[in-house]
Design a protein. Structure first.
Length: 166
């Protein structure tokens, strides 16, 4: 049986950083008529307040959609078997100091003129609600428990999940 462990304040932010920073999220925007749009975005940073940052093209659909409706969802399915969902509000910034701070050489693949490319903007997502699913003992132990469970028919759940109150 999956254990529940809700996290608060610093513990929640630490877990959020672990599950988001450097990982790819599906950024879901909400457009008119209850339609949603989703696209993969690479998380550049999750700061000490739990705010999640991305570099984004100022002329992109996601920026236009966020200007129309700033409510977004982030969905993470990480290689280590952990998952995280975040619902929050996105803000768009053209602050050059922030762009310089978040810039990495990988970003040049999308912004060929570097951090001064006129298309670069920063998306900051301020979480309002977050939930995680993880393993208690890591991916290898979790995999072994699943394999034994499949062979024996005995459920050996190694999961842990809960709200993150950032």
């Amino acid at each position: 049986m999956t254990d529940k462990k809700h996290l608060f304040a610093d513990d929640a932010i630490e877990k959020l950083r672990e599950l988001t920073e450097g990982n790819t999220a599906m950024l879901v925007t909400h457009t008119g008529s209850s339609k949603i749009q989703a696209r993969p975005m690479s998380t550049v940073q999750t700061d000490e307040l739990g705010h999640i940052f991305f570099l984004s093209d100022r002329t992109s659909n996601q920026n236009s959609e966020i200007k129309e409706n700033p409510k977004v969802d982030l969905l993470y399915a990480n290689n280590d078997g952990s998952f995280c969902t975040v619902r929050g509000e996105a803000e768009i910034s053209a602050n050059q100091a922030l762009i310089d701070e978040l810039w990495s050489p990988m970003a040049k693949a999308w912004f060929t003129e570097g951090p001064n490319d006129p298309r670069v903007s920063v998306l900051r997502v301020i979480p309002e609600d977050a939930y995680y699913w993880d393993t208690k003992h890591g991916k290898l132990v979790s995999f072994l428990k699943i394999a034994v469970g499949a062979a024996t028919g005995i459920t050996m759940d190694d999961g842990i999940q809960g709200q993150m109150h950032v």
